[in-house]
Design a protein around this ligand. Structure first.
Ligand code: CA
Ligand code: CA
Length: 484
C-alpha cells in the first residue's frame, strides 16, 4: 500500500513537471508576420479609396488593433524592409535606396527571424520579405527553399507583355502594367502558393514556438491577377483617387515640384489608362486580401489559433496620380502611411490582456518599431541598437502618452517626412520644406510652410527632426563601414 502511494506520488510529480514544462512553452507565443507589398491605405478599414474590397484584412483589423497613423521608415521596398528586419533606421544604417545591397551595407546585422531563432523559436518564411532575396542565413526554413535565394514560387505571366499599358520608353519599368488573366488562383500560383505553404505550417503542431513570415507580393506590379478580381471593379464604375487635385503642385517648393511629377502619370493619361490602372490596383489588392484570408482561415482552423500574435503591414504607400505622381519614393502621406494591424492573444508575456478587438490607435508609429515590439511581446530580451520604440504601451492603451514622432527617409541623406499626431513636416536636403495639418487636410493639398501663423509649428517640428545622417553607403565610399 505504501509502495503504491509512493508510486502515485512519483507519477504525480512527473505529470506536474511536464505541466510546468508545457506551461513555459505555452507562454512563448507564436508570431505570424504578414507583409503585403506596396499596399497603401486602399483597404476597407483605412478607407483610402471608396471602392477597395478587403474583407479579410478588415476582419483581422476588427479582431485586433488598427494603427491609422503608421508610417514606413522609407518609401521604397529595400530600405523599408531592411529597417523592419534589422530594427535600424536608414539614417543610421546608410541604406537609403533600392539599389544598395543589404548585406554589403550591413554584413553583420542580425535579422528578426534569426533573433527569434536564437531565442528558441523556429523561424520560417515564404514569399517576398526582403528585397528580392531570402538571406538564407537568417531562416530555419523557407519556401521556395532558402538555398535558391529566390523568394518567389512559380507565377503565371502573360506570354505577351505589356498587355495593358503600352511602353512609354526605356525609362518605364517593365512591370508597370495591368491585365486580367484567364486563370484560377491555383494556376496563377505566386501568392497562392505562398499562402498554401504558410497555411500548411499554421495547420501543424510545432515543438517550438514559431516566427512565420508570409510575404504577399501583390499589389506590387505587375497588376496581373485572375479575372474574377478585375470583375469586382467594372471599368465604367471606377472612381479616381479621392486625393487627386489638379492644381496640387502650385504651392510646393522646388524640391517638392521636382519630387512629384514623373513620367508615368502623363504617359498613363495620354494612353487613356488611368482608370484601368486604378482597376488593376484595386483588383490586385482584392487578390492579396483573398490570400491573407486563406492564411487567416488556416490559422483559425488549426492548433495555433489561440497562441499566435498576428501582425500585418505594408512596406510603403503608393501614388495613383496624386501630386502628378505614379509609384512610390515620395515623403507625402499617401506614400509614407501604411496599413498596420497587430492582434495579440491574451496571456503573452509582454501584454497579458492581449489587444482589444476592434481598437484603433492614431498615434504616429513607424514600422521600425516592429522589432522591439515583437521581442517585448514574446518576453525576449531587447536587441541592442534598435532605433524604434516598442509600441506595446499603445497596444495596451491606444491613447497612452506617446512622445515619439515617425520619420520616413527619402533616398538621399537629409530628406525626410516627419509625422506627428496631427502635423506633418517634409524636409528636403536642400532646405526646402512643406508643412501640413492632416486633421483638416488629409490629402496634404495645402502647404502651410510659408504662412507666418504656422512658423512656430514649423520650427518645433524642424527641431524634432533627425539631425545627423549616415552617408549613403556604396562600396568603398565614406559610408563603407567595412573600410573603417
Ligand atoms: Ca514595396
Ligand atoms: Ca498643394
Amino acid at each position: 500500500m505504501r509502495q503504491i502511494a509512493i508510486g502515485l506520488l512519483i507519477i504525480g510529480a512527473t505529470v506536474i513537471g511536464a505541466d510546468i514544462a508545457l506551461g513555459e512553452e505555452a507562454t512563448k507565443p507564436n508570431i505570424l508576420f504578414i507583409s503585403v507589398d506596396d499596399l497603401n491605405d486602399w483597404t476597407g478599414c483605412l478607407g483610402g479609396h471608396p471602392q477597395a474590397k478587403t474583407p479579410n484584412i478588415d476582419r483581422l483589423a476588427a479582431g485586433g488593433m488598427l494603427f491609422t497613423n503608421a508610417h514606413c521608415a522609407a518609401p521604397a521596398c529595400n530600405p523599408s524592409r531592411t529597417a523592419i528586419m534589422t530594427g535600424v533606421s536608414p539614417h543610421r544604417s546608410g541604406l537609403y535606396d533600392n539599389r544598395q545591397k543589404m548585406r554589403e551595407v550591413l554584413p553583420n546585422a542580425e535579422l528578426l527571424p534569426k533573433y527569434f531563432s536564437r531565442h528558441g523559436y523556429w523561424s520560417a518564411g515564404s514569399g517576398k520579405i526582403l528585397h528580392y532575396f531570402i538571406d538564407a542565413q537568417s531562416w530555419d526554413d523557407y519556401f521556395p527553399p532558402k538555398e535558391t535565394e529566390n523568394p518567389f514560387p512559380r507565377t503565371l505571366y502573360p506570354d505577351k507583355r505589356p498587355v495593358g499599358l503600352p511602353r512609354g520608353g526605356p525609362w518605364q519599368y517593365i512591370e508597370t502594367d495591368w491585365a486580367a488573366l484567364d486563370a484560377t488562383d491555383e494556376e496563377f500560383g505566386g501568392d497562392w502558393l505562398v499562402s498554401r505553404w504558410i497555411g500548411e505550417q499554421l495547420g501543424k503542431e510545432h515543438d517550438k514556438p514559431f516566427f512565420l513570415a508570409c510575404g504577399i507580393y501583390r499589389p506590387h506590379e505587375p497588376w496581373f491577377v485572375p479575372r474574377k478580381y478585375f470583375d469586382l471593379f467594372p471599368i465604367e464604375e471606377i472612381q479616381l483617387p479621392p486625393g487627386y487635385r489638379e492644381d496640387d503642385l502650385a504651392d510646393l517648393p522646388p524640391a517638392g515640384k521636382k519630387r512629384g511629377p514623373n513620367r508615368y502619370f502623363p504617359h498613363i493619361r495620354k494612353e487613356g489608362q488611368w482608370k484601368q490602372g486604378i482597376q488593376g490596383y484595386l483588383a490586385s489588392i482584392a487578390f492579396a486580401d483573398a490570400m491573407v484570408g486563406r492564411v487567416m482561415t488556416a490559422l483559425e482552423n488549426g492548433p495555433n489559433r489561440d497562441n499566435t500574435i498576428v501582425v500585418l503591414w505594408s512596406d510603403h504607400g503608393w501614388h495613383l496620380g496624386e501630386k502628378e505622381h505614379w509609384q512610390k519614393f515620395t515623403a507625402w502621406r499617401v506614400c509614407t502611411r501604411v496599413p498596420l494591424i497587430v492582434r495579440v492573444p491574451a496571456g503573452v508575456p509582454g501584454l497579458a490582456g492581449g489587444t482589444k478587438a476592434g481598437s484603433r490607435c492614431s498615434r504616429p508609429v513607424n514600422l521600425l518599431s516592429l522589432f522591439p515590439t515583437l521581442t517585448e511581446l514574446a518576453g525576449l530580451p531587447e536587441k541592442a541598437g534598435n532605433d524604434g520604440p516598442s509600441i506595446v504601451p499603445l497596444l495596451e492603451s491606444p491613447m497612452a502618452k506617446w512622445p515619439h514622432l515617425s520619420v520616413t527617409h527619402l533616398n538621399e541623406p537629409g530628406s525626410y517626412g516627419l509625422s506627428g499626431d496631427r502635423w506633418r513636416l517634409i524636409h528636403y536636403a536642400n532646405g526646402d520644406e512643406e508643412l501640413y495639418d492632416t486633421a483638416s487636410d488629409r490629402y496634404e493639398w495645402t502647404n502651410l510652410a510659408g504662412q507666418s501663423k504656422h512658423a512656430a509649428q514649423l520650427l518645433k517640428l524642424r527641431q524634432l527632426g533627425p539631425k545627423s545622417f549616415a552617408p549613403k553607403f556604396t562600396a568603398g565610399s565614406p559610408g563603407d563601414f567595412r573600410a573603417r
